[in-house]
Design a protein around this ligand. Structure first.
Ligand code: FAD
Ligand code: FES
Length: 347
């Protein structure tokens, strides 16, 4: 970034007002909004810092920014039209007013040595992995943990797949999908990962159930079911009286899993709860067919217009679902998502 700073030598620093907190940042020339926020120890949502994950999505209320990498690689057409920017890629060109929820990431961050305690195959390409940690880790339902293996600097992120326990826990569950050619998941699915040493740090992320009394539409694809199960199990235990539809997109019946967890949620749920698996390639009697996006309209007919939507899984599914939700009249600020980006999406 010092190269960028030298390019911006004589440009003045810009004041950035962050709403609704009213906080003010002075962003130096060549510095991004996120960089200045992190220097000031502000809990600004972020993960990749290079414009690929969308975690730092921020609404620009007034002013102009330059984008280091075009926001359109990561943000949808609807988000761009609504004035969203990526704070990690934004260099202020004028005074700015932005809007972002500066919520703490939940319980305090913990970094701890860990081991794989157990692995269970859920489908031909998804495995439940339980991690035993030396220190207890607390989290909010929906968040994720970063894992590093054999003291490598690179990490992989995995969402917690269970509701959290109040005082934190030393046994953490994740659902991990095999990405052929992937550095970590190849080790996991070949059996080699079991004997490695790990460090886990977390919790991370802003994907959790927002307060409200309105209905909930959850849309999951592949291992994206993990944080949805965590979030809904937790909401069920807290007696959330909110009508809910869970859409789960899969290719064929062999890709479906999590029946026991979903049945437990449905049994404990204190309002309407529908689980709609949708098969895109091999239809089955009694199951919905097509893409999950085709079932968003019927789900919203059931739930009503004041629905909050929670999306998790592969980025193309999330982008398509978001487009459809907006087309159906759901405002962007009622749509929450976690994109499972991987190395193949880095620019
Ligand atoms: C917030 C978050 C939460 C997540 N939660 C989950 C979860 O709960 N469950 C889950 O299964 N996944 C989750 N993921 C994805 C996960 O973190 C990993 O990215 C995924 O498991 C792949 O890791 P890998 O090491 O096997 O593959 P990688 O080594 O990252 O490779 C992925 C793919 O990219 C290709 N590739 C590698 N390098 C390059 C390159 N330079 N250019 C182009 N292609 C390349 C590889 O061949 C492979 O096909 C999450 C991701 C994020 C960001
Ligand atoms: S932190 Fe900005 S896009 Fe990932």
């Amino acid at each position: 970034m010092s190269f960028l700073k030298s390019l911006f030598g004589k440009t003045p620093a810009q004041t950035v007002t962050v709403q609704p907190s009213g906080l003010e940042l002075t962003v130096e020339p060549g510095e991004t909004i996120l960089e200045q926020a992190l220097i000031k120890n502000i809990p600004y949502p972020h993960e990749c810092t290079v414009g690929t994950c969308g975690s730092c999505r921020t609404k620009l209320l007034s002013g102009k920014v330059d984008a280091i990498t075009p926001f359109g690689y990561t943000l949808s057409k609807e988000e761009l039209e609504a004035g969203y920017i990526l704070a990690c890629q934004s260099l202020p060109k004028s005074e700015l007013t932005i809007e972002i929820d500066l919520q703490e990431e939940g319980d305090g961050l913990v970094a701890t040595p860990a081991r794989i305690a157990s692995t269970t195959k859920l489908t031909h390409d998804i495995m439940k992995v339980e991690w035993e940690t030396d220190l207890p880790m607390g989290y909010r339902a929906g968040q994720y943990v970063n894992i590093r293996w054999n003291a490598e600097q690179i990490h992989r992120s995995y969402s917690f797949a269970k509701a959290p326990e109040k005082s934190g826990q030393t046994l953490l569950a994740t659902f991990i999908r095999h990405v052929p050619g992937g550095a970590f998941t190849d080790l996991l699915f070949s059996g080699e990962a079991k004997s490695l040493d790990y460090e886990l740090d977390g919790p991370h992320g802003q994907f959790w159930l927002r307060p409200g009394k309105g209905p909930i539409l959850c849309i999951a694809g592949g291992s994206g079911l993990a944080p949805i199960i965590s979030l809904l199990s937790d909401a069920a235990s807290k007696r959330a009286r909110r009508d809910t539809v869970l859409l789960f997109g899969a290719r064929a019946k062999r890709d479906l899993y999590g029946e026991a967890e979903i049945s437990a949620i449905k049994n404990a749920w204190t309002a309407g709860f529908d689980f709609w698996p949708v098969l895109s390639e091999t239809p089955e009697d009694n199951l919905r067919a097509g893409l999950v996006t085709e079932h968003i309209g019927p789900a919203l007919e059931r739930l009503g217009p004041d629905t909050q939507a929670y999306l998790c899984g592969p980025p193309p599914m999330i982008d398509a679902a978001m487009e459809e939700l907006v087309r159906q009249g759901i405002p962007l600020d009622a749509i929450f998502y976690d994109k499972f980006t991987d190395a193949s999406m880095a620019q």
